[in-house]
Design a binder for this molecule. Sequence first.
Ligand SMILES: [Zn+2]
Length: 161
Amino acid sequence: MENKEDLYQKAQLRLTDYLEARRMRKTPERYEVLKTVCQMRDIFTIDQLADQMQEGASFCVSRSTLFNTLEIFAAAKLVIKHNLIRASLYECNIEPQPRACLVCEHCGMVRRLDKIEVTEYLSGIKARQFSVLQPVLYLHGTCRKCAMIMIRANSKKKKKS
Ligand SMILES: [Zn+2]
């Protein structure tokens, strides 16, 4: 694991290459957002990123700037955008690796499943007439919190009847 500083250095170079190649502006906002993205440990929402920006960044950016910047980062493959039914979530992708995500069907929680065997399996997948660039696997189900709520609701129903 590299530290956050090294990660940001790497990300910064890749963003600069991407923007220069497309003659896009290298605004300080874009780099500030990138720095904050590098600090995000897990999958995050745009709200969580905005909160983190408020705490640590040297200036504030509007929500629409955040959204647009994340779109650029996703196109530049600096972040992964998880387009799920309930929301769009993002994840730092400066060092791309196969990933599996647990998605709760009830509350929308999304969490990384860090299991070596899954990562190895995903990186070994080959498909005919298709080149896999970014192996991402979604496992839909019920999180523990929602399962507990359902069990409690069911037992209340049983008591009443
Ligand atoms: Zn849940």
